[in-house]
Design a protein around this ligand. Structure first.
Ligand SMILES: *Cc1c(COP(=O)(O)O)cnc(C)c1O
Length: 379
């Protein structure tokens, strides 16, 4: 039978659909900010910070220019610098380790647990040295790392934990505690594709520590407490009022959107299982550490690159996050890592495939995706 490309496209995500749903509310927020003349920081940002702290369960939230800058500010607050080491998973978005390197500190990579794709806490002890300055677990794809075990080890060595919760806002541990509230700092990203997305770049830093919060707040505006008097060398890490207003409005919908993501994840797993693809060809994601918020729905698949091309030809927006672990990136070559150092991460990089998932995804679109998977493996 000749293969005809599927006619119903399934985009990797549909940000315009989300905007259309909230169009009138969002436009009136935009107009209100534009009329106010207050465009950077100010009352809209304070309102967002209060709402975020309440949602995430921390004392403080600081609105920032991006998730990357949240990581940077967290480490600058702790005075991470030359000679310091910061432990990070090798299987993550570049920003987790790039920020360490930008502060002239050394990223020390750690392998992952194959079932959750998160930092293998069992390997931490062996990576900790007298130079270790912090540990950055990442809650990849929207599922918490094993925070209980990690916090115990960190406490044993008196080491601060900075959570990279960029993909995991709303993820919860078994006790209900939310991503970003476990460590000394939690870092959030509101890049448009994240579960809570701005209309541009934005991020936030979470903490329960009053003093660190005050330092971070100064670092956000070039280290100044009083205008033109500088206690530290900071940067411009400010968030725009427009983004804050949009995010405060969208945050009210986040729980509903998260439940819709979770329902779609369950449905994918049911459809894929019913199609007889598990476990021979495809392994669905596992929800092991509390409530997964499915920033991505990630399969492990056979013949990944071939399948990715097959889906692309059928206009199905599947993605690979991430094709090359950080210890093998060219820019980190002088750190001296080599292929084979972190076998679980390297294997994941070759096998993972994310299917389109977003609150607006329809049953029919999910069926189209799973039919395409079945067609590929039946050939
Ligand atoms: C998106 C992301 C970041 C960076 O956030 P930006 O807002 O894009 O700077 C950091 N870490 C992880 C794991 C991410 O997914």
């Amino acid at each position: 039978m000749p293969m005809t490309p599927q006619s119903t496209p399934v985009p990797p995500l549909d940000l315009a659909a989300q905007f259309a749903d909230l169009r009138d509310e969002l436009l009136s927020e935009l107009a209100a900010v534009a009329s106010s003349g207050y465009y950077v920081l100010g009352p809209k940002v304070s309102a967002l910070e209060e709402a975020l702290a309440e949602y995430c369960g921390t004392k403080h939230a600081l609105g920032l220019s991006s998730g990357t800058d949240a990581l940077l500010v967290a480490m600058m607050t702790l005075e991470v610098g030359p000679g310091d080491e910061v432990i990070v998973p090798t299987f993550t978005f570049f920003g987790t380790a790039g920020t360490v390197a930008r502060l002239n500190a050394r990223p020390v990579f750690c392998d992952i647990v194959p079932e959750t794709y998160n930092l293998d806490v069992g390997q931490l002890e062996r990576l900790i040295t007298p130079r270790t300055k912090a540990i950055i677990p990442v809650h990849l794809y929207g599922q918490l790392a094993d925070m209980r075990a990690l916090l115990e080890i960190a406490a044993g060595h008196d080491l601060p934990v900075i959570e990279d919760a960029a993909q995991a806002i709303g993820a919860q541990g078994d006790d209900g505690a939310r991503a970003g509230s476990f460590g000394l700092f939690g870092c959030l990203s509101f890049y448009p594709t994240k579960n809570l997305g701005a209309l541009g770049d934005a991020g936030a830093l979470l903490t329960n520590d009053e003093n660190l919060f005050e330092t971070a707040r100064k670092l956000r505006i070039h280290g100044s407490g009083h205008t033109y008097y500088h206690d530290h060398v900071g940067g411009n890490f400010r968030i725009d009022a427009i983004q804050a207003a949009i995010l405060t409005l969208k945050l009210k919908h986040l729980e509903e959107w998260t439940e819709r993501r979770r329902a779609r994840a369950t449905r994918y797993t049911e459809l894929i299982t019913a199609a007889g693809l598990v476990p021979e060809h495809v392994r669905p994601p596992q929800e092991i550490n509390g409530r997964h918020v499915y920033h991505q729905y990630v399969l492990r698949v056979q013949r990944r690159d071939e399948l990715a091309t097959f889906l692309k030809d059928r206009r199905i927006g599947a993605g690979v996050y991430y094709p090359l672990p950080l210890h093998l990136q060219r820019c980190f070559a002088d750190l001296g890592y080599k292929a084979g150092d972190f076998p679980h991460a390297e294997r994941a990089a070759a096998e993972v495939l994310a299917l389109p998932i977003y609150p607006e995804l329809t049953n029919q679109q999910q069926q189209v995706v799973v039919d395409a998977l079945a067609a590929f493996y039946r050939r």
